[in-house]
Design a protein around this ligand. Sequence first.
Ligand code: SAH
Length: 464
Amino acid sequence: MKHFPIFLSVEDRKIAVSGGGDAALAKLRLLLKTEANIVVYAKDALPEIKSWAKSGQLELVERVFEPNDAIHAVLVYAANDDENADQAVTDIARAAGVLVNHVDNLGNSDFITPAIVDRDPVTIAIGTEGAAPVLARAIKADLEERLPRALGTMARVGKLFRKFAEALPMGRARRAFWSEYYFQAGPQALDRNGEDGLGDALGALYTKHLGKTAEPGHVTFVGAGPGDPELLTVKARKALHEADVVIHDRLITPEILELARREALIVDAGKEGFGPSTPQEDIDAMLVKHAADGHHVVRLKSGDATVFGRLDEEIEACIDSEVAYSVIPGITSASAAVASIGQSLTRRGRNSSVRLITGHDVKGYAEQDWRSLAATGEVAAIYMGKKSARFLQGRLMMHGASAQTPVTIVENVSRPDQRIVASQLSHLPEDLADAEMNGPALILYGLAPRDAVAITQSLEEIVL
Ligand code: SAH
């Protein structure tokens, strides 16, 4: 991020604009929405600018910008449609220590003006650091359509009520009140009685919420899917949005954590495959403690929480402490991995069952029913299998599996750095070693990428 977005306080402060032509006009249309004192310096201003001056919306000084003009300004716009004149204004502003925007010259500007969606006091600023103005406009158009015009009115009336709302307990109770106002009671009242109805609606809602007793805390176990935030379920998104505390695994991507509320407490309870880890008892205790404090705790696990997720231990900890819990299923990495290679986990005439197995368990390498797995056409999704590739290969071949059995490894499934390695049983350990994988990887035993998928992947991605 080369530009940091902030909301600048400009009420009753000076914003100086040098220029009276089209560039200045475009900026002034935006600036006039603010409560700043706008002063335009232009020898020859367009009629529209003159009429704004006449009606007192801005001050027009009919001469060129001079060194003293930047003093006490919070912002300066160099908008003369003339490179030399704009450079002179920029120099003056810099000398006075005032932030300057040299219009249409990103490199010479201290700040840039974003595309704005205006539902005052709700303001959305969209910027692309100059990379894609078309994109910024498209996002703006999309938001303009989606956000009700009345949003600003609701927020303005809501703001007047904030002091009263402080009588509600901080945290979930107060959030529930505001959420009901903005998404139910507010829009309904506006529809029925217009802006005048909002005050009454807030009053009634406030009385209702004051009378509520605090809800007890609870734990929601949420499967976050393999990493792509779009593979979260709608329920998972909602739970994340509402959580007071989020306790997550190492494999949860930052993009997903971004979806939690900014005020939520986020705890990394990461367990490295073979490295340091948070002891399970500590995680259990943490879940119970936060829920007992009355919080909504989201326990975020990669993929589906019910697959190699030690979910039962955590559920039992909740039950033992009489903490309410629920489970939101997620997309397990095996499902996402087969999707990436265009295959099915089961197929008529090939395999009528599929196994989800782990490469190692608490005792070390995990033993399986190798004899059945070794039969032609069998399919298994192997979790945590990278380090046990040679063991798996040895066991399977010892029980008669064909050396040519296809095996596909998918690393970082569903993430931008996803990698597919097509191998076969006889080369599995070598191919895995050559691929030097650092991310989580799922081994699909008995499956090769479907040809069409192999062709659409870039060739380097597929190591044969
Ligand atoms: N509950 C998870 C599995 C947890 S065990 C699920 O349902 O997917 C951790 C193992 O899952 C990793 O060692 C790896 O084998 C697999 N895994 C999890 N996320 C993955 C991803 N994005 N890409 C590939 N494998 C993944």
